[in-house]
Write a protein that binds this ligand. Structure first.
Ligand code: CO
Length: 134
């Protein structure tokens, strides 16, 4: 069921500084910041040869990463995203295995315009897991 690692998302307190680190120090290809108001984040996409890193910064009053940054003021890994072929089949298999799907359990359109779901961190070794249909 599980496919490639699509991205690792890192919440950061200073988006420009984090982007500069990846671009200037690590030599990665880094996008301009993109505001995604429907997700409550501004994101910078870092392209690596085998996956992406997404640098997330809160946008707006109800950002889902604001509380995370309060607990982790210098930033931290927020979630990992794995690719699946069929998100509904994956969801049903996960639910049948007793895994908790966050929200109403219906896929939402994620930052890459593809359907995504999030899985409860307590069911996956303390890591928030996103699955994305590709
Ligand atoms: Co993500």
């Amino acid at each position: 069921m599980i496919g490639r690692l699509n991205h690792v998302a890192i919440a950061v307190p200073d988006l420009a500084a984090a982007a500069a680190n990846y671009r200037d120090v690590l030599g990665a290809k880094v996008s301009a910041p993109q505001a995604l108001p429907e997700h409550g984040v501004t994101v910078v996409f870092v392209e690596l040869p085998n996956a992406k890193i997404e640098l997330l910064h809160p946008l707006g009053a109800n950002s889902p990463i604001a509380a995370f940054l309060e607990k982790n003021p210098s930033g931290g890994m927020h979630h990992v995203c794995y690719e699946v072929d069929n998100i509904l089949a994956a969801r049903d298999k996960l639910k049948a295995a007793g895994k908790r799907v966050l929200g109403d359990g219906e896929p939402k359109i994620g930052a890459h315009n593809k359907p995504v779901l999030f899985l409860h961190p307590k069911d996956f070794s303390g890591t928030l897991v996103e699955i994305e249909q590709v």
